[in-house]
Design a protein around this ligand. Structure first.
Ligand code: SIN
Ligand code: CO
Length: 379
């Protein structure tokens, strides 16, 4: 299934991070990649994050966290409800394939695919998100209202978990059917209500670090490498008139001690790539109890296909002529053909293997034993 009638470059120039956009069924042949029963099944799994939102009155929403017992779904009454399941792409290959159509945004900005299923009238209420989202109507119909721009100061209702907006200033209304997409930039109020009992929405979610996360994470990392003897010193201390003054010159040297270390670009690139590729659900690795041997990997790789774990995060940064590949927070330095291979691995979930040298083989062995890849034909 392809985004056949969609121009990524035009979209990035005119809408990404800027304005909401309704995209009428841009697919070559839309087919919802997941069935409602399959979604309900996932919501019963302990390692899957899920929520159920039930609406008991026009303005009253109740939230339950999963995992759920299958009987819980049978007991759902006439009140509008929505089941929401996080990171469905990690579990359902067809949903991961859908996500791969959105790789015109780089890997490091992509979070996961949340899928919701609602009965008529169901929804999570008016809210805004910190991140961009493509809301794809999988099946059934949903009415989306787009509202005002919001931020940290926007008043919310008392319900702490749902973070619902106290006021909603409607700016546009879109009725979506199967295959239609609504793009919503960060901070824009939205409210989706199911128009029928077969309403499934797939949210392609993104992420962006806050300045606070970057400063805390990077400075913590720098701190780990600093010793007690790396300290202010002042040989040739000039005589000063006022003993109480911390002079400009001293302040400049003090601040330089901080900024010099924080400005280390190569160190920052390595730290950020590791931080960004840390897995959201680390328990989802594919490693087998018994580690594979080099010979086993050589055999599996011979004319075989390598599959990337859908829950693993693959990114790379360049450092001189090397490609530093980061998978689930771990770095591998790759050169030559292995570097080209690392780039290709970051671009695709599935790669047919051709000629393999020893460096590539070592990389495959390492990734397989960490559960980040598997070979086609294996379980
Ligand atoms: C939904 O799928 O019902 C909610 C998605 C969203 O508003 O982000
Ligand atoms: Co939302």
């Amino acid at each position: 299934m392809k985004l056949a009638r969609f121009d990524p470059a035009a979209f990035l120039a005119s809408h990404w991070q800027q304005a909401a956009l309704q995209i009428r069924n841009p697919w070559d042949a839309w087919q919802c990649p997941i069935e409602p029963d399959e979604l309900a099944g996932l919501a019963c799994e302990p390692e899957v994050e899920s929520r159920l939102v039930e609406q008991s009155g026009p303005e009253i929403w109740a939230l339950e966290q999963g995992p759920f017992d299958a009987e819980r779904f049978a007991a759902l009454g006439a009140k509008p409800w929505t089941l929401l399941v996080q990171a469905v792409d990690h579990h359902v290959p067809e949903v991961a394939q859908l996500l791969s159509q959105f790789r015109f945004i780089p890997n490091w900005r992509i979070d996961d695919v949340m899928v919701s299923f609602a009965s008529t009238g169901g929804g999570v209420g008016p809210h805004f998100d910190q991140y961009d989202v493509f809301l794809i109507q999988g099946r059934g119909h949903r009415r989306w209202r787009i509202g005002q721009r919001c931020d940290d100061t926007t008043p919310l209702r008392a319900h702490a978990d749902l973070k619902l907006l106290a006021d909603f200033e409607e700016r546009a209304v879109y009725d979506l059917g199967p295959g239609d997409i609504l793009y919503v930039p960060p901070g824009v109020a939205h409210d989706g209500v199911a128009l029928d009992d077969d309403c499934m929405t797939l949210s392609i979610g993104f992420r962006a670090p806050s300045r606070a996360e970057l400063i805390t994470g990077w400075s913590d990392h720098v701190l780990d490498e600093l010793g007690e003897d790396d300290r202010y010193g002042d040989p040739m201390l000039p005589l000063q008139d006022q003993p109480g003054e911390i002079t400009e010159a001293a302040l400049a040297r003090l601040q330089a001690m901080v900024l010099e270390r924080l400005a280390d670009r190569a160190g920052f690139a390595r730290w950020f790539a590791a931080f960004n590729s840390a897995p959201k659900y680390p328990d989802m690795d594919w490693s087998s109890e018994e580690p594979l041997t080099l010979e086993e990997v050589r055999e599996a790789a011979q004319g075989g296909t390598v599959l990337r774990n859908f829950a693993s995060r693959f990114v790379f940064v360049r450092e001189n002529d090397a490609v530093l590949l980061f998978v689930d927070g771990e770095m591998r330095e790759c050169r030559g053909p292995a570097a080209r291979f690392a780039e290709a691995l970051c671009a695709k979930h599935e790669i047919a293997l051709g000629e393999i040298d020893d460096d590539m083989l070592a990389l495959l062995l390492d990734l397989a034993n960490r559960g980040a890849i598997a070979f086609a034909g294996e379980d």
